[in-house]
Design a protein around this ligand. Sequence first.
Ligand code: SF4
Ligand code: SF4
Length: 278
Amino acid sequence: MTNISYQPTEGLTYDPEDERYWSLPALDMEIRRAFEICHGCRMCFKYCDSFPSLFKLLDERYDGDVRELDDADIAGVMDACFQCKLCEVQCPYTPRDGHEFQLDFPKLVHRYNANKRLREPATLRDKVLADPDATGQMARLSFGMANAMNKVPLHRMLMEKVLGIHKDKLLPDFASKTFEAWADENGRIQQDPPAEVVLFQTCYVQNNEPDIGKDVLEVLDKNQVKTACVRGLVCCGMPAWEHGDLTTLRENAKINLSILYPHVKAGRRCWWSTQPAV
Ligand code: SF4
Ligand code: SF4
């Protein structure tokens, strides 16, 4: 059995603008090359189920030969990735490190999911999880019922059957009022603010935990950083991209950039409310 080379194949790209990104044979070459490198390295065995499931298949079923992995095996490894990015931080072979192997495992998973999404319609679960702003709006219209129902075991069993969200998964509560509505009522929204910083509150703060955004404002105020909030920001698109939905990612990015970019041009900084203090 000849080993697969660790060197990039002709299919290497992480750029959706590159036509090779959407070629299944090109993607397959890169997946098997990446799996071969990880099989030889194994440093990331501890982060998630992706790597242990890959190593188990190779050790127990395929005698270490990544060429033997079938579509279902590859799907299982990819599906277990939840994009924490820890392997990319750990890996010494990344483009960020300037390494010749140019391995970026999470971006390879994104590419796999984007290709899958192109060929398979999104499931109901993917659609619901991909749009936290719509889910938040529906939950607010339920006047607290959504939060109450999410704690009812029978309802959670039904959700698991219909949506595929595990009945034991802890779900965050929805706020009765968005962060933006609170900011509006409290005079924090200014269209042309004399501010140094404009807050990007994120959809989680907007819909689930507005208090985090309020706390961030309080800290910035205390440090005399003039901070404004703006109207109309949407989810950054990351949950949609997790399921390979590049169209929604781009649409959301365009909306947010059209709102935030004028502030950047005016010399203000954009601050994510979940961004660590630096
Ligand atoms: S980015 Fe994905 S594959 Fe990498 S450690 Fe996180 S969950 Fe695992
Ligand atoms: S992602 Fe990098 S560090 Fe992690 S197992 Fe693969 S080669 Fe090793």
